[in-house]
Design a protein around this ligand. Structure first.
Ligand code: SF4
Length: 221
């Protein structure tokens, strides 16, 4: 069967606590909350997705037969030698939904090469053990099975998901990220200022911090 990968690329993390950190991103193809087809968006469990995760045709993408082969492609995407010197290369598994395909074998191979491995997940599927950083981005109307981790990143506003719904969960960081769905038909209040709403919420609820998608205003991937 193999791992179906949309793309593998090196960039700066644009979101969350690790914003600004160089990493190789491995984007898995497929998601359990949307097909990725525009005609299916209105009926999808998640309707504000801003990512193309369909197919295996992106830069560095493809079908990789085993963990060793995929790990080799990920390691080859680092544009500098991976010889340590006091730092660990960072790999971010994203999607789509990485929990559909991520395996302990893949983490083991990357750990053996000194990598740190993070994941960005919608939290509705179990994750393999051994991840070094877990970011959960919950979606309204879905049931979280990943209820602890490093950061909970709520894209907001979302009808049916209030930040207070997640206050009792076991995360080190709580991040409110303004929903960016311009032109994608997922808005429930046209013209609403999502940034202002998130700023207001964080000012009134200091457990939450504002998260911005730096890669978008920097014009990088
Ligand atoms: S869960 Fe994530 S990858 Fe899946 S459709 Fe929603 S935003 Fe996109």
């Amino acid at each position: 069967m193999g791992y179906r990968i949309k793309e593998i690329f090196h960039s700066l993390q644009g979101e969350g606590v690790h914003a600004g950190r160089a990493a190789v991103f491995c984007r898995f193809s497929g998601c359990n909350l949307w097909t990725g087809r525009e005609q299916d968006r209105p009926a999808a469990a998640c309707r504000f997705c801003d990512t193309d995760f369909t197919g295996t045709d992106g830069p560095g993408g493809g079908v990789f037969g085993d963990a060793q082969t995929l790990a080799a492609a990920i390691l080859a995407a680092f544009p500098y030698p991976l010889d340590g010197n006091g730092w660990r290369p960072y790999v971010v598994f994203t999607g789509g939904e990485p929990a559909l395909q991520l395996t302990p074998e893949l983490l083991d191979v990357l750990h053996a090469h000194g990598c740190q491995c993070g994941v960005e997940t919608n939290g509705t599927l179990p994750l393999p053990a051994g991840l070094d950083w877990v970011t959960v981005s919950p979606k309204a109307g879905t049931r979280l099975v990943v209820t602890q981790g490093d950061e909970l990143k709520l894209v907001w506003p979302q009808v049916g998901a209030d930040p207070s719904d997640f206050d009792g969960l076991d995360f080190r960081h709580f991040i409110l990220q303004p929903r960016d769905d311009a032109g994608r038909g997922a808005g429930d209040e046209p013209g609403a200022d999502h940034v202002a709403a998130c700023v207001r919420y964080c000012l009134e609820h200091p457990r939450w911090r504002l998260g911005l998608q730096a890669h978008k205003f920097l014009g990088i991937r």
